[in-house]
Design a protein around this ligand. Structure first.
Ligand code: HEM
Length: 221
């Protein structure tokens, strides 16, 4: 139902003429570049702090939490990391299948952005469902809810990194970074940062829940 093949340019969005720089001289008529206004620049900087810092730090806490509750999985991960015979690098951590599965499973159970929004800019027909979303409609979907749907993931509330070793789910059943043309721009950076942090701490430390620690789960129903 979601058309991820087309992008902003195909739809001719962002075609307002504000803040466009005209190129003069021999390059005139070749291209027009849109510049950012001061407000847009500030908003982008602010977004990078919120979207880039809070998401990654919350996810690292969730990884530690799930590993503390699942000591057997923590041990599998430690053994994978110990088997690397060089320092941790971008290349070798990328290849650590269990490490990546632990991150994927954590982001499935606890996606740090609980909802993603879109504004429908023109009437859109949802394939053969008979549903038309009128232009101007505000659409919101929750990765948390989709990720815990038992029709999409078996035992959805269980921490099972193994399900990501040979994943079979539909690509849009797993969307911690959103989807389509506006997918998280920092996804690869965020994943690399998490791989390095987790590798360094799990290699050196063992995590256990403090005695008497109780997790309060908020009900989304
Ligand atoms: C675990 C880490 C992260 C998660 C789970 C995450 C998740 C998301 C999600 C769900 C969206 C909305 C995507 C959509 O609307 O389809 C988003 C957007 C965004 N993210 Fe991330 N993010 C993470 C890390 C980062 C990092 C490290 C940065 C920057 C360094 C970043 C920068 C952004 C920006 C700028 C947007 C807005 C993009 C746009 O509207 O085009 N994110 N992120």
């Amino acid at each position: 139902m979601i058309d991820s093949e087309r992008n902003d340019r195909d739809f001719d969005w962002n075609n307002n003429n504000e803040n466009k720089i005209q190129i003069s001289g021999e390059n005139a008529n070749k291209k027009t570049i849109k510049a950012l206004s001061e407000t847009e620049l500030t908003a982008q900087g602010f977004t990078f702090f919120i979207a880039g810092y809070d998401t990654t730090s919350a996810s690292l806490s969730h990884v530690v939490y799930y590993l503390s509750q699942n000591k057997d999985k923590q041990q599998i991960l430690r053994e994978e990391l110990n088997a690397l015979d060089t320092d941790f690098t971008y290349e070798n951590l990328n290849q650590c299948q269990y490490l990546n599965a632990v991150i994927d499973e954590t982001l499935r159970l606890a996606p740090p952005l609980a909802s993603v929004q879109r504004e429908c800019v023109r009437d859109y027909k949802l394939e053969n469902t008979g549903i038309i979303i009128p232009a101007g409609t505000f659409v919101e979907f929750q990765p948390y809810v989709i990720h815990r749907d038992p029709e999409l993931f078996s035992d959805p509330d269980q921490f099972k990194p193994e399900r990501f070793l040979n994943p079979t789910h539909h690509p849009y059943a797993y969307i911690p970074f959103g989807c389509g043309p506006r997918l998280c721009v920092g996804m690869r950076f965020g994943l690399n940062m998490m791989r390095m942090c987790i590798a360094k701490i799990v290699h050196k430390f063992e995590f256990t829940l403090a005695p008497g620690f109780e997790v309060r789960v908020h009900d989304f129903d």
